[in-house]
Design a protein around this ligand. Structure first.
Ligand SMILES: NC(=O)C1=CN([C@@H]2O[C@H](COP(=O)(O)OP(=O)(O)OC[C@H]3O[C@@H](n4cnc5c(N)ncnc54)[C@H](OP(=O)(O)O)[C@@H]3O)[C@@H](O)[C@H]2O)C=CC1
Ligand SMILES: CC(=O)N[C@@H](CCC(=O)OP(=O)(O)O)C(=O)O
Length: 346
């Protein structure tokens, strides 16, 4: 049995990690942190865990995370996460970091979009935790940088097209829509019920969202060319789920069949990508609570654009499910263990 610790186990992705790990056949959760909930029972803070989790919250600097575990998941905010996990990694604990702190390979780029990096030396050891792209590297990583929620839905949707040079790299326009859990469990005016319910708005418009450097970094690596994207996130009145709609221009002469073939070839053996087919479109309800990313696409003959739509659950495939998948890969456990079940639809 793997002994697992969860830093930040009172937040939304922390909840989702514990939900998945509590019934994982190869895992024993030994420690969960929260400063505000210190010493209270996890199953009091989240009653859903009654009969599943018999633990009390400890502080994030509790020695158990250093000495008593095989792997630590960090579900802390960026900044706090790098400070908490760098010491653990240096002491030989394997870490899966759900924050953005180790996703950007260049510290200067991270600092431009986030804050000063306190552990830049560890960046070279971090592996970007998208299994479909980096499975082999994840297996031996001591630090996995779990991808952001929007980037997961976007990179998976574009990878086959860029890998096969089927689209103009400078033509990428992305509209993504996220449920409100994407903003975390902390209270803020923008996520109040009355501010969100029955409304739908774009935010961080005009190249300012922090996921842009992460998306561009990974798309550029796939295509071998520097890529710039137009990315507009939206907040929708649902709890969980991300739907990304991508507009791209196919290279001259590219046929619909080549696009179909690129998706089918890249994802034929991938357990957590489901191609809903050319013409059908994914829905967040069809992936709810699951680790699946559903992808559909359609050529618009009138405008000459290709439209790709992807759907994930931001807390599962966009965070904790992907993190558990990475843990499976790191410890030689079959990748689908604890994660292969039918989504919650409706
Ligand atoms: N929500 C989402 O859909 C996604 C989130 N992420 C990333 O995952 C991480 C967690 O997100 P999420 O669960 O939504 O966030 P929440 O705000 O819901 O939870 C944050 C957790 O971290 C703890 N925490 C907060 N500040 C600190 C600190 N300074 N030091 C130690 N512990 C702290 C909180 O507990 P306490 O304050 O009691 O210690 C809580 O347990 C973030 O980095 C986020 O960007 C990634 C992908 C998707
Ligand atoms: C709806 C909503 O607010 N979503 C968040 C997603 C950020 C997130 O959780 O991702 P990181 O791990 O990269 O911080 C946002 O747009 O900032």
């Amino acid at each position: 049995m793997l002994k697992v610790g969860v830093l930040g186990g009172s937040g939304y992705t922390g909840f989702e990690l514990i939900r998945l790990l509590a019934t994982h056949p190869e895992v024993k959760i030994v420690a969960v942190s929260s400063r505000a909930q210190e010493e209270s029972a996890v199953s009091e803070h989240y009653p859903a865990f009654r009969k599943f989790v018999d633990l009390r919250y400890v502080l994030p600097d509790d020695p158990v995370f250093e000495k008593g575990v095989d792997v630590v998941f960090s579900a802390l905010p960026h900044g706090a996460s790098m400070k908490a996990v760098s010491g653990l990694v240096e002491k030989g604990v394997r870490v899966i970091d759900l924050s953005a702190d180790f996703r950007i390979r260049d510290a200067a780029v991270y600092e431009q979009w986030y804050e000063p990096h306190t552990s830049p030396d560890l960046l070279k050891d971090a592996v970007y935790g998208l299994p479909e792209l980096y499975r082999r590297e994840i297996a031996s990583a001591r630090l996995v940088a779990n991808p952001g929620c929007y980037p997961t839905s976007i990179i998976l949707a574009l990878a086959p097209l860029l890998k096969n040079r089927l689209i103009e790299e400078d033509s990428i326009i992305i509209d993504s829509k996220s449920g409100v859990t994407g903003a975390g469990r902390g209270l803020s005016l923008t996520t109040h019920f009355c501010e969100v319910n029955e409304g739908f708005k774009a935010y961080k418009v005009g190249g300012v969202h922090r996921h842009i450097p992460e998306i561009e970094q990974e798309l550029s690596l796939i295509s071998g060319k520097e890529i710039r994207v137009t990315f507009t996130p939206h907040l929708v009145p649902m709890s969980r789920g991300i739907l990304s709609t991508l507009y791209v221009v196919p290279r001259e002469g590219v046929k619909a069949g080549e696009i179909d073939e690129a998706y089918r070839t890249m994802y034929a053996d991938e357990p957590f990508v489901r191609l809903v087919g050319s013409g059908e479109m994914p829905s967040t309800l069809q992936v709810r609570g699951s680790n699946f990313c559903d992808i559909g696409w359609k050529l618009d003959g009138r405008s000459g654009r290709l439209i790709v739509v992807s759907a994930i659950d931001n807390l599962t495939r966009g965070a904790s499910g992907q993190a558990v998948c990475n843990m499976n890969i790191m410890f030689g456990i079959p990748e689908t263990t604890g994660l292969f079940y039918v989504p919650w639809q409706p």
